[in-house]
Design a protein around this ligand. Structure first.
Ligand code: FE2
Length: 198
């Protein structure tokens, strides 16, 4: 793998070490982290093969790096053919960068009656594209692989340790929610200092 992942982690660590911190100024964090994500997914030559592994039944969430102080985490989401999430929230800010294949995301808003309704059109992300979520700008969505016959991979950056955060899945028709903690699919994280071909 190239130094791209190490450079991203170093840049994010410098960012969260700034006095404004996380999550004191979420808008600033999103604005400053977005160009880092754009740079990270501008090339698809750095993700270790193990972090690109799909599962026949479940989409995979491979932890690439977790800040030891839980100020941010970086995850590769690997969508097998046709795989999708339930409708869910995050409770922290997030930036999604498309690396390989394509995915489609549909936002939801909570209506006055408590039910969720689709907010705008489905957004399709192609390699190099980014999307953002947060409790402030819209935190509830459903995401799916755009392809029924191939794997897609997006890289997700969150303003916390997303695999350990208590958040929610929703039934849009009723507005019913259920708490969940996603955890991660992998037991081992990448060597940021590895050399050689991806
Ligand atoms: Fe999400």
């Amino acid at each position: 793998m190239s130094d791209r992942l190490l450079e991203f982690v170093a840049a994010m660590t410098r960012l969260v070490d700034l006095p404004q911190g996380v999550p004191a100024d979420e808008a600033t964090m999103l604005a400053q982290a977005a160009p880092l994500m754009r740079h990270l997914v501008a090339r698809d030559d750095w993700l270790p093969d193990a972090m690109a592994a799909s599962h026949p039944q479940y989409y995979q969430q491979h932890l690439l790096y977790g800040d030891p102080l839980d100020r941010f985490s970086l995850v590769s989401f690997v969508w097998g053919p046709g795989q999708k999430t339930p409708v869910h929230d995050h409770t922290v800010w997030g930036i999604i960068g498309m690396l390989r294949g394509a995915e489609c995301a549909q936002r939801y808003l909570r209506a006055a009656d408590g039910r969720l309704r689709a907010d705008g059109d489905e957004l399709r992300l192609e390699p190099g594209d980014i999307d953002q979520v947060s409790p402030r700008i819209g935190d509830i969505h459903v995401v799916r692989n755009a392809f029924a016959d191939r794997t897609s991979i997006s890289i997700h950056l969150y303003g916390g340790n997303i695999g350990r955060i208590a958040r929610h899945v929703y039934v849009p028709e009723t507005g019913e929610s259920k708490a969940f903690v996603s955890g991660y699919s992998n037991a081992l994280v990448p060597n940021l200092w590895a050399r050689g071909a991806a």
